[in-house]
Design a protein around this ligand. Sequence first.
Ligand SMILES: [Zn+2]
Length: 194
Amino acid sequence: MLRVVKYGEAVLKREADKVEAFDAELKTFSKELFDSLIEEKGLGLAAPQVGVSKRVFVIDMRQRCDTETPVNFTLDSQKVPLDLCMPLFAVNPVWEPIGDLVEEAEEGCLSFPGIYAKVDRAYKVRLNYFDLDGKPHEIVCDGLFARCIQHESDHLDGVCFVDRLTSARLFKIGTKLRKLRKQTKEFLKSQPKK
Ligand SMILES: [Zn+2]
């Protein structure tokens, strides 16, 4: 199991490297990344969150899918069953907003356990990415799926959701954030030097 890195670890602030080789190593790593996502019961996990500074993330919307909140999306302009799209392994992803609607909703992050805050995100997006075989794809989606894509893409640029908060919202979680950073520091100190 890959350990999920926590707030205060340097890798979360780093811009990740583009993936150049679509090889067996990438597939093995992606599988491990997905195992960690399932273990932690998250919706999405980006490679830097397990200490690997590469432009890869995995999303699995089935973790949070029920009939009341259907996941609206197209994959390569086709409506396909969710199972065909999930888990979504996105390599070298690039997204852009569609329209200018912005939605505010509460977000959390596996690197910030127990911390939640409202973040403004584009409501609808287009995601272009490569799959693990190096084939290009396009997803158009909205709502929670679109939010996940923006959140995970941010991790590849060294940006965490707390960097996106208004100062008032950041202030609200300030105490929790400082506590977590202190915990991380103590954890890192207790680890044997590699
Ligand atoms: Zn996150």
